[in-house]
Design a protein around this ligand. Structure first.
Ligand SMILES: *[C@@H]1O[C@H](CO)[C@@H](O)[C@H](O)[C@H]1NC(C)=O
Ligand SMILES: *[C@@H]1O[C@H](CO)[C@@H](O)[C@H](O)[C@H]1NC(C)=O
Ligand SMILES: *[C@@H]1O[C@H](CO)[C@@H](O)[C@H](O)[C@H]1NC(C)=O
Ligand SMILES: *[C@@H]1O[C@H](CO)[C@@H](O)[C@H](O)[C@H]1NC(C)=O
Length: 408
């Protein structure tokens, strides 16, 4: 069995210690929060469960059967090893979780037990990612297709169907190259790949690539055929004037448009409503005082977007109006030097919670998104202590990813 229950924390023992006495939510609302350790000695999914007030308890770490890696960042060996968003991704419809193993050039898929979502088990074995240095995963809305973005010397995308017995099976006609002049591990952040998403209607597969200033990056857009294959070539869509380092992509619901964080300035809006050509509604919006705005999520209840900056450790709340005009609503300081990176939002009824990886503090921050302009920090969950007690190797430079799962 490839799955190692390295640091399962016994629920009865935890319940006896008052700080840990957190009732897990009933199965109907059961929630999983996951990140990856991304260590070269072994990659693990770290799974936490959520209580009814949104706060987290670490539950277990599970081997992915692969190893992590760290991009070549000119010797800095800083956090955000993969220069990416989406290194681990869960699907509520598919009841699966998939992760990259950047150092093995593989991806792994797990089934999620819907009545106890922190209970994940690998399906089959890790499979080749279709290139080198895989950094990002997306899952279609049906939850039966997983696509990976590779950012190394062999870079591009590849898709897999999910077989509940055997795991990931390559889909014909989906191994498509970007042909960037890159290295393995990737050299970046400038000039590296960032994130992969499906369009809202699942008819396009989109990958973001950072520019090398002053040259802007681009979004690579493939058409998805009915049989799941991808168009041979991709459309290369550039940002409006002033865009530089295209990082995460978050779909703007119902608009055929995407909010793209831009590490060089703030964020870009890409409007696809008139195809993949430049549109008058595409724009570039500066966030004053930003350092590197790279990660983003959408909150359905507040209808706002939440962006994180690794350099300032700020969360920036953004509103995009009906005409796709983006404005800063409010900023929330997460503490000097904690390096806010990957994030995700989970909705429990009318309450949204934002989960943020802060690798320099080896912690997760939890914000309650009570209303537009009213996010409140409700928890800082330490990972280092429990990991050390369980013998799980983690480091600020390698921790990556953030995904949430609520049983449907
Ligand atoms: C690729 O990048 C390397 C390093 O910057 C450079 O030396 C080489 O000329 C580039 N190759 C091509 C084909 O552009
Ligand atoms: C899938 O559809 C595409 C586009 O219609 C076609 O070119 C390709 O041959 C099909 N592939 C298979 C395996 O049927
Ligand atoms: C997009 O631009 C190309 C080249 O400029 C043009 O031929 C094409 O008609 C445009 N498509 C749309 C949908 O506007
Ligand atoms: C992370 O912490 C190190 C050591 O304290 C510090 O030098 C570095 O600037 C921090 N990185 C970020 C991105 O905050």
């Amino acid at each position: 069995m490839p799955t190692l229950f390295l640091c399962e924390l016994p629920a009865e023992a935890m319940a006896k210690k008052s700080p840990w006495k957190i009732p897990l939510v009933p199965s109907r609302l059961a929630l999983l929060i996951a990140i990856i350790t991304n260590e070269a000695s072994g990659n693990f999914v770290v799974a936490a469960g959520m209580s009814s007030d949104g706060t987290l308890t670490l539950r277990q770490a599970v081997s992915t059967g692969g190893i992590g890696s760290h991009g070549n960042d000119a010797g800095a060996n800083g956090p955000d090893a993969l220069f990416s968003q989406g290194s681990v991704k869960a699907s509520a419809s598919g009841k699966i979780l998939a992760t990259v193993n950047a150092g093995s050039n593989t991806i792994s898929v797990f089934s999620i037990n819907p009545s106890n979502p922190t209970d994940i088990s690998m399906i089959g074995f890790p499979v080749g990612s279709g290139g080198e240095f895989p950094v990002s995963i997306t899952i279609n809305s049906a939850g039966d297709t997983v696509c990976a973005l590779n950012g190394g010397a062999v870079n591009g995308v590849s898709c897999f169907s999910v077989d509940q017995q055997n795991g990931l099976v390559p889909v014909a006609g989906t191994n498509r190259m970007l042909n960037l002049n890159q290295t393995t591990p990737a050299t970046g952040p400038a000039g590296s790949v960032s994130h992969i998403v499906f369009s809202e209607d699942n008819k396009q597969l989109i990958a973001s690539v950072k520019g090398v200033p002053p040259t802007p990056g681009f979004l690579a857009v493939w058409d998805v055929a009915d049989n799941g294959s991808l168009s041979e070539s991709f459309a290369s869509v550039v940002p409006a004037e002033g865009g530089l380092l295209q990082f995460s992509m978050t779909i703007i619901p119902g608009k055929n448009a995407i909010l793209v964080t831009d590490a060089g300035i703030g964020f870009d809006v890409f409007d696809f409503s008139s195809g993949t050509n430049a549109s008058s509604k595409s724009s570039v919006v500066a966030i004053d005082g930003q350092s590197a705005t790279c990660w983003s999520s959408f909150s359905p209840n507040t209808k706002n977007f939440f962006l994180t900056d690794i350099g300032t450790s700020m969360v920036t709340e953004i509103n995009i109006n009906n005409d796709l005009v983006g404005t800063v609503v409010k900023q929330y300081d997460q503490g000097k030097g904690v390096a806010t990176i990957d994030n995700d939002v989970a909705s429990m009824g009318n309450n949204d919670f934002m989960y943020i990886l802060t690798p320099n503090a080896t912690a997760l921050n939890v914000l309650s998104l009570k209303a537009p302009g009213d996010a409140q920090l409700i928890q800082k969950l330490d990972i280092a202590g429990p990991a050390s007690a369980a013998g799980l190797r983690i480091s600020a430079a390698n921790l990556q990813g953030m995904t949430t799962f609520i049983a449907q």
